[in-house]
Design a protein around this ligand. Structure first.
Ligand code: JCZ
Length: 230
């Protein structure tokens, strides 16, 4: 999978080259490119923003640098159109199902807005180059798209075959079966007067599996009843 990220703060993404996703990149499974939007500006101050038509607070990202960035990065793989993702608090809410869908794509292009957002015409133009998705990380407001893209790339990247070593560790996660994860314990068996549930030390794999499923249901009912309603 190829992933392009366009941002005015490209160094935000230095962390993506570490650990799990870093290995995927050095092994060639993931081809990640981070770009500075200002590379597609040509004035002395490398301007990416301007005042909003109609008035109002703050600044809006100018369309021209975005148009040039999208043109250049969407022709990098001529055989397949990119899926173009703009983080937005007004987008569809990101979920494990979204991550699974996006992990099947050949080319993802993320555009990180800042200020009051990007000139609306950019989204319409981007739709002429690929499938456009406006995606929200959740119902809260960030200062820009960068943190949302970090979270999405990590959630998507670990689903690409070969990125997470043991595929079983993927299916046992919270949300993969629509339930929260069961509690985990390791040694020592007693720690600060707190004992590991004896069933986990019984050696009875059937009882362990049943107990874990019961814990998943109980936790989900208590903490996230909205997941059981689905
Ligand atoms: C650009 N402000 C892009 C996304 N879920 C979520 N919350 N906030 C955002 C977001 C905020 C932004 C921009 C300027 C995304």
């Amino acid at each position: 999978m190829r992933i392009d990220i366009v941002s005015i703060f490209p160094s935000y993404f230095d962390g993506l080259t570490l650990s799990l996703l870093g290995k995927a990149q050095s092994s060639g499974i993931l081809d990640l490119h981070v770009h500075d939007l200002r590379d597609w500006t040509f004035d002395r101050h490398r301007t990416v923003d301007d005042t909003p038509y109609g008035g109002g607070a703050g600044m809006v990202m100018k369309p021209e640098p975005w148009g040039l960035a999208l043109d250049e990065l969407s022709t990098s793989t001529p055989e397949s159109r990119p899926t173009i993702i703009f983080p937005s608090p007004a987008g569809e809410v990101f979920s494990q199902a979204t991550a699974r869908d996006l992990a099947t794509r050949e080319h993802l292009l993320f555009g990180c807005g800042r200020y009051e957002g990007i000139d609306e015409r950019v989204f319409d133009y981007a739709a002429s180059l690929g499938e456009v998705r406006l995606i929200s990380l959740g119902d809260y407001v960030l200062n820009g798209g960068e943190v949302a893209v970090m979270a999405m790339v990590e959630a998507i990247g670990r689903l690409i075959p070969g990125v997470v070593g043991n595929p079983e560790s993927l299916v046992e996660e919270s949300h993969e079966d629509g339930l929260l994860e069961y509690p985990s314990y390791t040694k020592p068996a007693v720690w600060r007067e707190r004992e590991v549930p004896p069933v986990l030390r019984s050696g009875d794999h059937g009882r362990v599996a049943a107990w874990r499923h019961e814990q998943q249901l109980e936790r989900t009912r208590r903490r996230r009843p909205d997941l059981l309603a689905d």
